[in-house]
Write a protein that binds this ligand. Structure first.
Ligand SMILES: [Zn+2]
Ligand SMILES: [Zn+2]
Ligand SMILES: [Zn+2]
Length: 139
């Protein structure tokens, strides 16, 4: 009986469309705390490099004349792409194309990073990338 209940709960959790900001909720609701603590560690922090941003804005949007909402900087290669709230989602596309796991919020540098693979926030306040300005804002 308990197994059946757990299975049901798990299916319900799996039914949501998870977005980045809901990840903490997912961990809280579906896994024991000790397990969650292990799950939210990122094994890619050692791949974070000091990079030079590739462009003053989303690299691809600048080429096509598109607009973006927020910018994300790849901490593997310096690619600047737009966030998932932007029409073209170039930062996510860059991750899927290259496998580069960690991006930094970049408008302006806010001191946080995000690992696409582990889906966790990282503290980059001591290693934020200075912004190459000026960068256009459309919001
Ligand atoms: Zn990671
Ligand atoms: Zn873009
Ligand atoms: Zn990259």
């Amino acid at each position: 009986m308990l197994d059946a209940l757990q299975h049901k709960a798990h299916s319900n959790v799996g039914g949501f469309t998870l977005k980045s900001k809901s990840v903490m909720v997912r961990y809280r609701s579906s896994v024991p705390i000790s397990e969650a603590a292990m799950s939210i560690e990122c094994s890619h922090e050692k791949t974070i490099r000091a990079v030079r941003p590739s462009a003053r804005g989303c690299e691809e949007c600048l080429k096509t004349g598109s607009k973006w909402v927020h910018l994300r900087l790849c901490r593997t290669c310096g690619h600047v792409g737009c966030c998932d709230d932007s029409p073209n989602r170039h930062a996510s596309k860059h991750f899927h194309a290259t496998g580069h796991p960690i991006i930094e919020g970049y408008d302006p540098p806010e001191g946080w990073g995000w690992c696409y693979i582990d889906e966790v926030l990282l503290d980059l306040t001591d290693r934020a990338t200075p912004q190459l300005g000026p960068i256009p804002r459309y919001y």
